[in-house]
Design a protein around this ligand. Structure first.
Ligand code: GLU
Length: 442
């Protein structure tokens, strides 16, 4: 019962989330660095669910964490290990320390618990990020290792599990740095060799405090919902506290695996920058092969509304490929394409129709376009330019109000391609609405 049947490897790392909330992006960064290290070294990456806090642990959070890990593509080796399924092992390990005289039964809140007799000594260890780290345990009180409910404490379970799972490197957040000397003393009490440690700098919000819900979205699933890509998310998080040589910033997961090194993790905390995250995500969307982009966008929007049923869906997506920064951004960039009842801003309506030449031009344009197919953007453009020329106005006099009428905005992809995807009937109806709103001349 002292080792867990996991794929043994010269290098074995783990991600050990507590299922007390959704997967936080700080947790994703920890999982990612462990994953990158394991894959690069040909080692194993295992997942351990630290569910010994009975009050706060919930199955729904465990499910959510596994779901988010899969979404991100951070596949782990073997089955996840659940601490709640290993209680006899912790009891056995506690009994071992009691038998050695290194722990004792104590009474906590009227119930029996077990405390580790804290050795009073200097504890030094080498951390891949912080180099030499030293603590003095002489003022620390004896550590509760088994709680009165029969569950181990975090400190105890983590040591027994890391040992039994053959973990060679513990890569986790700086918030655990002060726990590490306690863990090392437990390793020594058992006569086990401690793993190597790398404590990662924390991720801070704009105000310099650790990133939390107060700063906005912090769960990986929030970003998924907001239409971020797994690869954009991983790329951004990789650069929080780590950086390769050179100025390059855009990496796929497999490129990160090649480039990652524990040595290049920074000591200082990093600042979460939502704009940079969005920009990196947009770069991944832009660089994505067309097929994958169409599939991803369709997957994101299916079930959210009926846009994917639009007869020109694929054409619409092509038109916005370089504009959408996330899947969800399509709504902001192209929502007007799908709207049944497009609302036009009255101030801009007035601005677009003050010039009587523009209004006359729109009427003439509709008269011509009625007899045309909208399938050929070049023909629509040619007709528009000829019409402008014969009316003695610049093409822009027609193009600006046409663009506004069909989209409700002043900036769109190429107007005539846009008209093609919106379709003749809708375009003409929308243009007539703008004409109707024009001030009536006597
Ligand atoms: N379960 C701990 C946490 O979620 C991680 C413990 C560890 O990595 O040692 O913070």
């Amino acid at each position: 019962m002292s080792s867990i049947p996991l794929p043994q490897a010269p290098i074995c790392v783990r991600f050990a989330p507590s299922p007390t909330g959704r997967l936080h992006i700080g947790g994703v960064r920890t999982a990612l660095f462990n994953y990158l290290y394991a894959r690069q070294q040909g080692g194993k990456f295992v997942l351990r669910i630290e569910d010994t806090d009975r009050e706060r642990s919930e199955k729904q959070y465990e499910d959510e964490i596994l779901f988010s890990m899969r979404w991100l593509g951070l596949e782990w080796d073997g089955d996840p290990i659940r601490q709640s399924e290993r209680l006899p092992r912790y009891q056995e390990a506690a009994a071992e320390l009691i038998a050695k005289g290194l722990a004792y039964e104590s009474v906590e809140d009227g119930k029996k618990a077990v405390r580790f007799r804290m050795p009073k000594q200097a504890v030094k260890f080498k951390d891949s990020v912080h180099d030499e780290v030293a603590f003095d345990s002489s003022l620390w009180e004896d550590l509760v290792i088994m709680k009165s409910d029969g569950y181990p404490t975090y400190h105890f379970a983590v040591v027994v599990d890391d040992h039994d799972m053959g973990i060679t490197h513990v890569i986790r957040g700086d918030d655990h740095l002060t726990n590490t000397p306690k863990h090392i003393l437990l390793y020594l009490a058992f006569g086990w060799k401690p793993p190597k440690y790398a404590h990662l700098p924390l991720i801070m919000g704009a105000d310099g405090t650790p990133l939390s819900k107060r700063h906005g979205a912090v769960a990986a699933s929030d970003y998924r919902e907001q239409g971020y890509l797994a690869q954009g998310t991983l790329n951004y998080l990789a650069l929080l506290g780590w950086g390769p040589e050179g100025n390059e910033e855009i990496f796929s997961l497999s490129q990160l695996v090649k480039k990652f090194s524990l040595k290049r993790i920074t000591k200082s905390n990093s600042r979460f920058n939502p704009e940079k995250f969005l920009w990196l995500n947009s770069q991944h969307l832009k660089n994505m092969p067309e097929e994958e982009y169409l599939r991803g966008m369709t997957e994101y929007w299916s079930g959210r509304n009926d846009w994917t049923q639009h007869p020109q869906w694929a054409q619409i997506l092509k038109l916005y490929k370089t504009r959408a920064r996330t899947w969800k951004d399509l709504e902001l960039q192209a929502g007007y394409v799908f709207q049944k009842d497009l609302k036009l801003d009255s101030v801009i309506c007035a601005e677009m129709t003050t010039d009587p030449q523009a209004v006359e031009g729109l009427k003439a344009w509709v008269a011509k376009a009625q007899d045309m197919s909208f399938e050929d953007p070049l023909k629509l453009e040619q007709m528009t330019r000829e019409l402008a020329e014969s009316s003695g106005v610049k093409p822009a006099v027609l193009i600006h109000p046409l663009r506004f009428a069909v989209s409700g905005t002043k900036v769109t992809p190429g107007l005539f391609e846009l008209m093609q995807v919106i379709g003749k009937e809708t375009c003409l109806a929308r243009i007539r609405i703008l004409i109707e709103k024009a001030p009536k001349t006597a």
